[in-house]
Unconditional design. Structure first.
Length: 82
């Protein structure tokens, strides 16, 4: 029985391959984008499920990240080509 159920439980998630250790609670995509240093007005948080992706477009809809989950950040503006 290694599972922590106490108030100080933590989960580890990855956003664009950067590791984040968070308190085990609900977060909004807006909070996670800000944590990763991205602007929620210009980016979309995306949850990866193996080869599938789920765009989290509602910035204020709470979600509870699971330990080991991977997220990526999509930039909403087109990338300029030089």
């Amino acid at each position: 029985m290694n599972a922590k159920t106490d108030k100080g439980a933590e989960v580890v998630i990855f956003i664009d391959q950067e590791r984040f250790k968070l308190e085990d609670r609900e977060y909004t995509p807006r909070e996670l984008l800000k944590l990763a240093g991205d602007d929620p007005a210009e980016t979309t948080l995306v949850l990866k499920h193996g080869n599938d992706i789920e765009k989290l477009t509602d910035l204020d809809k709470p979600l509870r990240p699971k330990n080991g989950e991977h997220f990526v950040v999509f930039h909403n503006s087109p990338t300029p080509v030089s």
